[in-house]
Design a protein around this ligand. Structure first.
Ligand SMILES: Cc1ncc(COP(=O)(O)O)c(C=O)c1O
Length: 461
């Protein structure tokens, strides 16, 4: 294969690559050449510890041999097949995922596939529209469900809609229980879930505009949730929030749609993140880590009454590549990999250790306002030294410095791959490999400690 210098490639990129399909967070986006385990390597083979793993798509480590080998086998046997025909992997994968939902939620249902998270979200919207005949949805402030035209309508940022106009109906956005920055100015020790009460009030009388008491029908027919907000900054809700919300939704005949695209497949220590909260969604949407990021495939599970062939006939959402054999084979291999691990235990243990180290980091640096974690979905909220005012500039500087590399550690100089999210773009959303070792967690701590010390304008606590 022809080899080009980075300089040549950058020139070509600036002339021929649209920036529309990417997010250029770094001033000069970085080239990487190789990946293994928890590390990316640049063209000079220098290591970068990755704490974001392709936005949580590579939960099981770069170059996971078992999954890679299965994909290679599939390339040599049945690499291509139109979706109107059947192949073993598609059928087995559907059955396994449906069993995971039945185990978790006690409901029978079916699974169907598409190629990206946003497309699967759109498919779920069709399920809702088809069942209810209505198209008004609720979703959370700070929620992210993708950037296709319809998915943008339930993703809270106006930024994703501003240039492109409205495609359908913009969702009604409800405040998420982001307790560190409570939207109602309350504190968790005394609020008694005020936010849920506020939500319930929407249905008090017909004049609140969400409920017709005569027809006993809601105007908004589905609520899209992430159990832990991903792009919104790995915000973890308090334990009683979802059970209380789900009860209201059931009473008001509003479907609960669980977006597991970023938090599914054990990111939080459970197969589905919503399992932490003991509620039963009507529809589950998934993608990203289902193939360990190896081949684009995503999917939707729906309760039988929503997705039976009579209700949702062939052709409802078809895409050429929807149940492609490489994707289904890689996903089956991923599920087999998961079955061979004890993630419920190991993710909880590693997550607890990582969080302990983050607490230590917070003690050392007054520019860290909050740290939190559920399994290996962890957050560091970067602030001014008052531990509250968002400090995007510092988060950006540390992010860039991580990619510059050369950070001194007890194992030699290396770089750090971070991602910045959150309402104020001041949160490091940490999604390390679920295979990360204690030694690597310690390396992460060393590098973060070094970077906070070096770049916190106001010094350490
Ligand atoms: C929770 C959630 N939903 C939907 C999406 C959209 O998925 P995709 O980027 O594959 O379209 C994402 C992507 O980050 C996500 O995190």
């Amino acid at each position: 294969m022809a080899s080009h210098s980075e300089e040549e490639l950058r020139k070509l990129e600036s002339e021929y690559c649209s920036y529309g399909d990417t997010v250029h967070y770094a001033t000069v986006p970085k080239f990487f050449k190789e990946a293994e385990g928890s590390f990316l390597y640049d063209s000079g083979s220098k290591p970068y510890l990755d704490l974001q793993m392709w936005y949580s798509a590579v939960n099981f480590g770069y170059g996971n041999q078992a999954i890679n080998d299965r994909l290679k086998e599939q390339i040599d046997t049945l690499p291509q097949l139109a979706c109107q025909y059947l192949h073993e992997e598609k059928v087995l994968l559907s059955a396994e995922l449906a069993h995971e939902c039945e185990r978790a939620f006690g409901l029978k249902g079916r699974v169907q596939f598409n190629v990206g998270g946003s497309q699967a979200i759109e498919d779920s919207m069709k399920l809702v529209r088809n069942t209810t005949g209505k198209s008004l949805f609720m979703a959370f402030m700070g929620g992210y469900h993708g950037r296709t035209l319809a998915a943008s309508e339930i993703t809270s940022s106006y930024r994703y809609r501003r240039r492109y106009g409205h495609f359908s109906n913009r969702a009604h956005f409800v405040p998420f229980p982001y307790c560190f920055r409570c939207p109602y100015g309350k504190t968790i020790d005394s609020c008694d879930y005020y936010c849920v009460d506020q939500f319930e009030k929407l249905f008090d009388t017909e004049y609140n505009s969400f409920w017709d008491p005569k027809a006993q029908e809601p105007e908004f027919v589905a609520f899209y949730v992430e159990a832990v907000q991903g792009t919104g900054g790995y915000v973890i809700p308090p334990p009683e929030y979802f059970p209380r919300l789900a009860k209201i939704l059931a009473e008001r005949k509003i479907l609960l749609i669980d977006d597991e695209i970023q938090m599914g497949f054990f990111r939080t220590g459970k197969f589905w993140a919503i399992e932490h909260f003991g509620v039963k969604p009507n529809i589950v949407v998934f993608g990203k880590a289902m193939t360990n990021g190896m081949n684009p495939i995503s999917g939707v599970w729906g309760e039988e009454r929503l997705i039976s062939p009579q209700k949702f006939p062939p052709g409802s959402t078809h895409s050429t590549f929807s149940s492609n054999p490489l994707g289904t084979a890689a996903a089956l291999a991923t599920l087999e990999w998961i079955r061979g691990q004890k993630y419920e235990q190991t993710v909880a243990e590693k997550g607890a250790y990582f969080l302990e180290r983050l607490e230590e980091l917070k003690k050392r640096h007054a520019t860290i306002g909050d740290v939190d974690g559920l399994g290996l979905a962890l957050r560091i909220e970067v602030t001014q030294s008052d531990r509250y005012t968002p400090n995007k500039a510092l988060a950006d500087r540390i992010f860039e410095a991580g990619l510059e590399g050369g950070i001194p550690t007890s194992k030699g100089a290396m770089g750090l791959v971070l991602d910045v999210g959150g309402y104020y773009k001041n949160v490091f959303t940490l999604a390390p490999s679920l295979e990360i070792s204690r030694e690597e967690i310690d390396l992460a701590f060393e590098m973060l400690d070094f970077l906070f010390k070096k770049y916190s304008v106001e010094g350490t606590a």
